[in-house]
Design a protein around this ligand. Structure first.
Ligand code: RFL
Ligand code: PHB
Length: 396
């Protein structure tokens, strides 16, 4: 097989990249090691930044997101027996976030790519990449019928997530990493959301988050130990702990319902520098991971591939490689700001093991300032809705 851009991974990064390239008249082929049903059901992110929702509209993919997604103009933060609202809309000059499940985004983009004739090879195995130092790199794999295949292309986009095979092909990489001493236990429940907005709660027992997927589905998270055994968390225990951590004002209670899904996610900050070697470009979780507290992971993946698609369009139009050369620096400027925000939200809202009362008082003061002072609230709001999209290195 021969194409212009060979894309490894059909997550949000790979699918959006393929769509953006198609709009520029650039061909791509996607390979994915899971089944279509699996990637369309995998429950992960839920929050899209303002500019991502606008981009989805601009590229003709917004119809279902606008009808089924939930636009939120604020979030709430609960601490020390009270709850305060951050008015995202008022603090950012009219911006908001879109709560729309990542798996819905994936469904919409898989359907659009296939309808446009872009090949997506699902259930591939033995994936390897070759000759990334040359002008004709290739991707080899075994297809789902067991036949060996090769895609020869101009460029490989490594969109294969944190555990993919592309990142190891970057030589001399420098890795920056923080592993947090806790994890999130997440459930999806058949219950109407108990509030119109997301609630981030910092409770002495640990962090909790109330989110949602639809008017009938609530998504909830609890801070647990990093090595927590999920069998220790039968549904009743999960509900008791959620009620305790989220209902701090005593006037509100959480709607309960059947638990449809339950899982534990470790928390990590990770950045691989650099994101490019020769004709291989990493994008999304393949290059970086953020803890989910800032809701930034999927949005960073979208930012990377927008930069990459524009740089490739310029390359194919004019042969100029300057934008491709600048790709890592352009992306990393935004990535590190999102890393800082995600680390800060995580540090402010979670209880750390052996945390002393001084550290807890400092956290509570920081939440009080952030939710009670306009400058504090605006700093949170601007980061949460997404910093202005900056298609160039800081200061350029
Ligand atoms: P993905 O989604 O991991 O997709 C990578 C794809 O590559 C495939 N793959 C391969 N394919 C072929 N060959 C190989 N050798 C392959 N190896 C892997 C995988 O099967 C997969 O389909 O990465 P991508 O596209 O970079 O997207 C990143 C996002 O998925 C991720 O950042 C977010 O889910 C993170 N995240 C959140 N992000 C947000 O923006 N807002 C949120 O509210 C939010 N909440 C979350 C989250 C992640 C969570 N978990 C489970 C990690 C909440 C949770 C609980
Ligand atoms: C979610 O709805 O899954 C979600 C929302 C906000 C976060 C993380 C996850 O910060």
């Amino acid at each position: 097989m021969r194409t212009q851009v060979g894309i490894v991974g059909a997550g949000p990064a790979g699918l959006l990249l393929s769509h953006l390239l198609h709009r520029e008249g650039i061909e791509s082929i996607i390979i994915e090691d899971r089944t279509r049903a699996y990637i369309e059901a995998r429950i992960r992110a839920g929050v899209m930044e303002h500019w991502v929702a606008e981009l989805v509209d601009e590229i003709g993919m917004g119809a279902r997101m606008r009808s089924e997604g939930l636009r939120h103009d604020g979030i709430e933060i609960s601490f020390a027996g009270q709850r305060r609202r951050i008015d995202l809309n008022a603090l950012t000059g009219g911006k908001s976030i879109m709560v729309y499940g990542q798996q819905e985004f994936v469904k919409d983009f898989v359907a659009a790519r296939l309808a446009a004739g872009t090949p997506i090879h699902f259930e591939v195995t033995d994936v390897s990449i070759h000759d990334v130092d040359s002008d004709g790199p290739s991707i080899r794999f075994t297809d789902r019928d067991g036949a060996p295949q090769e895609i020869v292309c101009d460029v490989i986009a490594g969109c294969d997530g944190f555990h993919g095979i592309c990142r190891p092909a970057i030589p001399d990489q420098v890795v920056f990493e923080r592993v947090y001493p806790f994890a999130w236990l997440g459930i999806l429940a058949a219950a109407a959301p108990s509030s119109d907005e997301l609630i981030y709660a910092s409770h002495d027992n640990g962090f909790a988050l109330h989110s949602m997927r639809s008017p009938q589905l609530t998504r909830l998270y609890l801070q647990v130990a990093p090595d927590e055994d999920i069998n220790e968390w039968p549904d009743d225990r999960v509900w008791v702990e959620l009620q305790t951590r989220l209902t701090q004002d005593g006037k509100w209670s959480l709607n309960e319902g059947e638990v449809l899904q339950k899982g534990i996610t470790p928390m990590r900050s990770f950045v691989c520098e650099t994101m490019r070697h020769g004709r291989l470009f990493l994008a999304g979780d393949a290059a970086h991971i953020v803890p989910p507290t800032g809701a930034k992971g999927m949005n960073l993946a979208a930012a990377d591939v927008l930069v990459l698609a524009r740089a490739l369009a310029r390359f194919y139009r004019s042969g100029a490689t300057d934008a491709l050369d600048a790709y890592p620096a352009t992306c990393l400027a935004r990535i590190w700001k999102a890393q800082r925000f995600s680390w800060w939200m995580t540090s402010m809202l979670h209880i750390f093991p052996e945390q002393d009362p001084f550290a807890r008082r400092i956290q509570l003061a920081e939440i009080d300032f952030t939710t009670g002072n306009e400058a504090g609230a605006r700093a949170l709001a601007e980061n949460y809705v997404g910093l202005p999209f900056d298609d160039g290195p800081v200061g350029a």
